[in-house]
Design a protein around this ligand. Sequence first.
Ligand SMILES: [Zn+2]
Length: 407
Amino acid sequence: MSEKSEKPDHRKLGRELDLFTFSELVGGGLPLWTPNGTLVRNLLDDFVWELRKKHGYEQVDIPHLTKKDLYIKSGHWDKFEDELFKITTREGHEFAMKPMNCPHHIEIFNRKIWSYRELPVRYANTTKCYRDEQTGELSGISRTRAFTQDDAHVFCRFSQIKEEFFKIWDIVHEFYGAVGFDLDVRLSLHNPDEKEGYLGDSSVWENAENQLREIVKEKGVEAKEQIGEAAFYGPKVDFMAVDSLGREWQVATIQLDMNLPERFDLTCVNENGERERIAMVHAAIMGSIERYLSILIEHVQGALPLWLSPVQVKILPIADPHKSYANETLATLTENGIRADIDEGNETLNKKIRDGKLKKIPYLFVIGDKEIEEKTVTVESRDGKTLGKQTLEEILKLLKKEIDSKA
Ligand SMILES: [Zn+2]
């Protein structure tokens, strides 16, 4: 076998785990999520939200379309025109599918006048975005035309930027630490020789970039500076995850934006009763759930951690007389919040075990005469560890501990 064919491929693994599918009729780059895949996405998103909630974020929701006018004002129409999915309504108005969420969130913020006392305001929103990628660029769920951002925007005073960055930094570390990725940090800066690619003047950029240098320094982190890698509206702190194959992926980003607040005239009323310009921070933890999942699936070679596995336990009755105890076991597991099912097939036990391991089911519970007699199950894990005979009480304790650790 060539080395290439042995490398994990999320497209193949995703099919084996039955996480997503594509349809000729729906179109390329538009993944469809099965019940298993939707469960995994929701678990990941819930985890991010749990971490955000602790830091004072609030959820908002927005439509997936907007009038062209919003993107003229934000600068996206000029900058992203080729990648926008455009729609002309029957009344002849031009609309576009959203390629990002910032301008919509800005319009939520701008619904009222804010006192400095109410800031920072932190909006979180997991929502799909759409970009007209070229067919040749599409790849499984890692590069798609419809993708889901676990997006958030913070509206704050300049004096609050640092603290908000540190909060997001904590969320990033908690999230990626649990999944077992090592993170490198990069500072993505603008290229002063290519001014036309960016919004805003050089003094705004210099100020923003110096703020980020200070934040990274205060964190005591070695960050490589990458010229020309900034977003068009501001510099970023990028987190790079190193996977089990030694490959590096850009995952989370924290972006400081002093340009969109200018364009949309974002202010608060300060202590002196004056309007004061504020800053904006863009903060995605997974970035795109689709792309993040493609990285995670390959990183773990399809063996999703227990807390993310769609089926956590498969119960294998050896023969028909063992099925009623198998059902009792299933009921106990379900009552305790464990996702389990029974292999009802008539194949041999060896075949059932092979099948369960192929599907990367974390734990297999074998049930035969002995187990029924002793009120136990014989536990085998997908990595070949035989945990032997366990009472349900014992094994539930182990499972819950592993789920809580998210390891
Ligand atoms: Zn944004």
